[in-house]
Write a protein that binds this ligand. Structure first.
Ligand code: DC
Length: 221
């Protein structure tokens, strides 16, 4: 079973997706895998920056993305032998990950990674185009949203960024614009997805709403 969740930055979708994957079990008791597709764009960005490749150079980035030693081990994202998850949310990566993720053939490399990781498994996958491009036929498709102010506040409180609240808000707004105007894989509310505005909800409330939908339908099915 695939549960796909899309939405802009700061809506809590990574935390919610992780909670769902940890708590859900398939009909035969098998666990769920959690896939954060944004982290795949981030790890390619990290690798490019380290190798001196301009993240806006389509050919340079694609050449790197195709051979980048990116893999999941025990549910953790590695670049070669290094577990890089703690390095992926700094301002240096935030600044350039969106333009990098707009390079269409790079999206195809990431999409292949996501599909390969999830193949044959129960998975909760999250990002910007999981419900539209990568898994349009997923059993459950959700779109999580929140006001830009609330999303900036959440990011500020996470403590990854050195920017002020106002600057974070501007940077999120810029990324939203880029992410919603991509040639392929643009962020959008697809027909048929379940839309939830999380601005005034706690993580537990969001989690409960999603679980309710999944369990109600699973019981009916
Ligand atoms: O979810 P995130 O903020 O970690 O994503 C990082 C960037 O990657 C963001 O600018 C949007 C982009 N992205 C994308 O284009 N498609 C996805 N499926 C996931 C992320």
């Amino acid at each position: 079973m695939i549960i796909a969740i899309d939405g802009p930055a700061g809506t809590g979708k990574s935390t919610i997706a992780k909670m769902l994957a940890e708590n859900l079990r398939g009909g035969d008791g098998s666990p769920f895998t959690y896939v954060n597709s944004g982290n795949l764009y981030r790890v390619i960005t990290l690798g490019c920056l380290r190798q001196g490749i301009d993240p806006r150079d389509p050919e340079g980035v694609l050449g790197y993305a195709k051979k980048a030693p990116v893999m999941y081990k025990n549910g953790r994202l590695y670049l070669g032998d290094e577990m890089v998850e703690p390095l992926l949310h700094g301002d240096d990566i935030d600044r350039v990950v969106s333009p990098l993720s707009a390079i269409v053939p790079v999206r195809h490399v990431v999409n292949d990674h996501v599909r390969n990781i999830a193949r044959g498994l129960n998975a909760v996958v999250e990002g910007r185009d999981m419900t539209t491009v990568v898994f349009p036929g997923a059993e459950y498709r959700f779109y999580l949203d929140a006001s830009i102010r609330e999303r900036a506040k959440r990011r500020f409180q996470q403590g990854f960024s050195r920017l002020s609240l106002e600057k974070i808000e501007t940077s999120i707004a810029e990324r939203d614009t880029l992410d919603s105007h991509k040639e392929e894989g643009s962020l959008m509310v697809a027909p048929g997805v379940i839309y939830l505005d999380t601005s005034d909800l706690t993580l537990t409330e969001v989690y409960d709403k999603l679980i309710e939908v999944i369990q109600d339908n699973t019981l009916e099915g």
